[in-house]
Design a protein around this ligand. Structure first.
Ligand SMILES: [Zn+2]
Length: 335
């Protein structure tokens, strides 16, 4: 018994439960120009070596990262034109002057080239900060950003699995999806002349009806398709409808990975995220997802069902839409 236990192989890591060879060659996608990841979190320059080793393997040229301002210059010195920054507030410190501090940071980010301001309005964040999406104090920050010509990105919503799970268990604390989207719509209306990017497919990849209605109502609204486990689970779940949605809205969706760097993360971890995204958008593969999905029980882990998007759609998703939006704010990233 003891012998058998010590000899049994270690459990596979969460990022590779199926034993994928993440070093196996994968050709670059068939696109012209840079392959751009419009939503990620490269937090520190010291995470760069493993991050870019994986990025190079999977052909990703450029990243729009939400890094703490204190890391931006080192990242920029080491990786130059491969990274742009999305402005974020100083995350852990919310003092009484948070609006003024946020405005100051916004200017600092603007000065290092940021042209996008991100708001994290996920239910957990709203609850922990005691924030309301429609708090007029956010208008001050949004007014400042839009008057500088910056785009706004927001994370509103969260997976249905969470709204039906931990959020449903304490609705007074977390609120309901309908309330969150009503408040967001108020902001979209107020800033309807400005480009707004709804992260993680507007935070509701479970409901293309809702997303289509938002896109139709707000012509400047765009979506990014970031988040790996969430997208793999929900896009695969409604594969045909998802493919139709991407083809129909091909000018309004940007590729993002939501890759998150960390001191404990290595090549294989980063590779697992890039691998899943590329398989999901580019291929017609039907394979068990190599990444453990903690939102599903062990015997119901997701099967990745690739969309095999047409080359012309991938061209826009991976490159054209990001280049067009950035050119409109004076950043010609393709040169
Ligand atoms: Zn993110």
């Amino acid at each position: 018994m003891t012998v058998a236990q010590t000899e049994s192989p270690p459990a596979p890591p969460d990022w590779n439960r199926t034993g994928v060879d993440y070093r196996a060659p994968m050709p670059r996608p068939k696109i012209r120009g840079k392959f751009i990841d419009f939503h990620c979190h490269l937090f520190a320059a010291r995470h760069g070596p493993a991050w870019f080793e994986a990025a190079d393997h999977f052909g990703i040229d450029m990243f729009f990262s939400m890094a703490p301002f204190e890391e931006c210059l080192s990242i920029q010195r080491m990786y130059g034109n491969r990274v742009r920054f999305i402005a974020v507030p100083k995350w852990m410190e919310v003092g009484p002057n948070w609006v003024d501090e946020w405005l100051q940071r916004l200017e600092m980010f603007y000065n290092v080239g940021s042209r996008i301001l991100k708001f994290h309005f996920a239910p957990g964040t709203l609850a922990s900060r005691n924030w309301k999406i429609d708090d007029p104090r956010f208008h001050r920050i949004m007014d400042e950003a839009t008057s500088r010509g910056m785009m706004i990105m927001s994370h509103v919503g969260d997976p249905d699995t969470w709204y039906h799970g931990k959020y449903a268990a304490d609705v007074s604390k977390y609120g309901r999806r309908e309330e969150h989207y009503r408040a967001w719509e108020g902001l979209l209306e107020r800033y309807k002349d400005h480009v707004w990017i709804g992260a993680h497919l507007g935070g509701n990849p479970e409901d293309f009806g809702r997303l289509q209605a938002l896109l139709d109502k707000f012509p400047k609204l765009h979506l990014d398709c970031s988040a790996t486990r969430w997208m793999v689970r929900e896009i695969s779940q409604r594969r045909d409808a998802a493919r139709e949605f991407f083809v129909r809205n091909q000018d309004r969706i940007l590729f993002g990975s939501d890759q998150v760097s960390g001191d404990d993360r290595n090549y294989d971890f980063y590779a697992s995220r890039f691998w899943c995204h590329r398989k999901l958008w580019e291929t017609a593969n039907l394979v068990p997802s190599p990444i453990v999905d903690p939102d599903l029980p062990p015997d119901r882990q997701p099967v990745l069902r690739g969309l095999a998007l047409p080359d012309g759609v991938l061209q826009k998703l991976y490159h054209d839409n990001a280049v067009r939006l950035m050119a409109a704010v004076g950043d010609r990233i393709d040169e």
